[in-house]
Write a protein of this length. Structure first.
Length: 559
């Protein structure tokens, strides 16, 4: 959240800083250094290499964004021209230093715009159609053992076109040798398969939300090699500048800007060359001498070793993830570990939410939203995912991927029609995509009511009960906070109707002594209502919420 606020504020403040730098009682000499700071401001608002945007919407250009970019560039150009080029007395070497940094800043500012434009899913789709992907291949293939993080990442690079097509909803023709790649991943075991899938998603994150698409091209590499050289030249020119009439504070600020920009440029250069993106670019290069010098001779691995050693984000203390035990805050994580899914599933339980708000009417998300001036959806995401999320255990991952593996095997067998599946006792379930939200809510209610009334003695059953409950809560979390992740058209939210009716039922205060909790009371009320309906004494309501509650109880009885 802190980087998000910092970047948003930087985008807002840049419109005013140009004017603020030249208000007050500064002399023309002092304004010379202030004007020299403007290119560094442009470099700052161009954003670092690992951030181009915080949402897909940022990758959609509008006339307002274009005009704002022109205003910033023209304003900075005018200030440099008036206060440096036309300044009296003569500023000497500061003129050349200013325009060297300004040229670099303009290029990086445009680079950010290009990265955002190419990070749009429609742009990715058009590039896929125009450029046919090459044959997939395994890098660092290890056929008889699990893949480590870097090996899984290189495999993910090889199969990135498949993920792009899945994101952009376009087809991809695959020949039998390409299909063999999928079989090899499955044969690695579910742990390696899971790693490859997570690495694929992280690479798509790079394409959409970072500058990877422009960095890992020849123009991007040349820019990152030239940039530290330009800043070193600027530092040399700054030393030759006559700063006799400048204040000490302005001189210190100027040198800090130059030195920190140089350090960041070196960091981005090493990060770009040591990235697995660079390995893929060099490996697929048409220049065999470059491929042999960088990949075959091990120079890339040498650079990556340096980058990994200097990467402080491998420490849990600096990774932004605070669920680690205190004893492990300084333990180095494996390389590329940051690309793996943290394994946190958001949790939203309808019965719990409807029963807790009477005792605690002010939720954590509403309080944080007021304090941080954030939208309620953003704070609900923080509360139901970051605070109350469930860390999925390895055994559940294993069960999930074994099920996926069974389904994938069907794609390599002879297709069967519906009649053949029915003869073998397999029920074919078909429903409209618009019904998915309702089906999730019905089964969520059925699961909760069943688990409220059932008891399980053995430890193995209790483990599966917990996992089933958490998966059910996760699906409702998607319905409530991320309906766009479900294959449904945009509909009026059915969970709000169901939640409202549950709260109305809970307002009835009488409950038997056996109902120790409010959730048990709600389950008891639903049971009594359903009995009245079966006996012909119900109120005959046919709303969506009533259907969800009624069907949920009926499914719970079947369970």
């Amino acid at each position: 959240m802190v980087p998000w606020w910092a970047t948003v504020l930087a985008d807002i403040i840049d419109k005013f800083v140009i004017a603020l730098l030249f208000t007050g009682d500064k002399t023309s000499r002092e304004q010379q250094l202030s004007a020299f700071w403007l290119p560094f401001l442009l470099i700052h608002i161009s954003r670092p290499d690992n951030i181009s945007g915080f949402s897909i919407e940022e990758n959609v250009f509008s006339h307002g964004k274009v005009l704002s970019a022109y205003a910033v560039i023209l304003g900075a150009t005018n200030v440099l021209y008036v206060n440096v080029t036309l300044s009296r007395p003569n500023v000497g070497t500061l003129v050349l230093a200013s325009f060297l940094v300004f040229a670099l800043a303009i290029f990086k500012y445009l680079e950010r715009a290009v990265a955002q434009g190419r990070g749009n899913l429609s742009s990715i789709k058009s590039l896929i159609k125009n450029n046919q992907p090459k044959r997939f291949s395994f890098h660092h293939w290890c056929p008889y053992g699990p893949l480590d993080n870097d090996q899984a990442l290189l495999v993910a690079h090889s199969m990135l076109h498949i993920t792009k097509c899945a994101f952009c909803d376009c087809s991809l023709d695959m020949d039998p040798l390409d299909r063999e790649t999928g079989r090899k991943i499955i044969s690695c075991g579910w742990e390696s398969m899971c790693k490859v899938v997570e690495m694929e998603l992280s690479l798509m994150y790079d394409l959409i939300y970072t500058k990877a698409v422009v960095i890992h091209a020849w123009t991007g590499y040349i820019t990152r090699i030239v940039s530290p050289l330009i800043i070193c030249t600027v530092l040399f020119l700054l030393n030759a500048y006559n700063s006799e009439f400048q204040s000490v504070e302005d001189i210190v600020i100027t040198y800090l800007l130059v030195v920190f920009t140089l350090l960041l440029d070196v960091r981005w250069l090493l990060g770009a060359l040591g990235s697995t993106w660079a390995y893929t670019v060099f490996k697929d290069s048409r220049w065999q001498w470059l491929k042999h010098a960088v990949v075959c001779d091990g120079k890339w691995h040498w650079i990556r070793t340096i980058v990994v050693f200097m990467d402080l984000s491998r420490l849990p203390l600096f990774s932004g993830y605070y669920r680690e035990p205190l004893s492990t805050l300084f333990n180095m994580k494996p390389p590329s570990n940051y690309r793996l899914w943290r394994g946190i599933m958001g949790q939203y339980n309808l019965l719990h939410e409807c029963t807790r708000h009477k005792d605690y009417p002010i939720s954590v998300s509403s309080v944080m939203g007021l304090l941080l001036l954030q939208q309620e959806e953003s704070m609900m995401q923080h509360e139901y995912h970051d605070i109350h999320g469930f860390k999925i255990p390895q055994d559940l991952k294993g069960l999930l991927f074994e099920r996926i593996r069974e389904k994938l095997k069907l794609s390599y067998t002879r297709p069967r029609n519906v009649e053949e599946e029915e003869e073998e006792g397999e029920e074919v379930v078909q429903f409209d995509s618009d019904e998915l939200q309702e089906v999730i809510l019905i089964w969520h209610m059925a699961t909760d009511i069943f688990l409220q009334k059932a008891t399980f003695a053995d430890e193995e059953s209790q483990k599966y009960v917990k996992l089933i409950s958490k998966l059910s809560d996760y699906l409702v979390f998607l319905v409530v906070l991320h309906p766009s992740m479900l294959p449904v058209r945009k509909l009026p939210s059915k969970y709000k109707e169901t939640s409202k009716e549950l709260k109305e039922l809970l307002s009835v205060e009488n409950r038997p002594a056996s109902c120790k909790t409010r959730k048990q009371k709600l389950a008891f009320i639903l049971e009594q209502m359903e009995k009245l309906v079966l006996n012909g004494n119900g109120d005959g309501r046919n709303s969506t919420s009533s259907i969800v509650l009624s069907d949920g109880y009926q499914y719970a009885r079947v369970l």
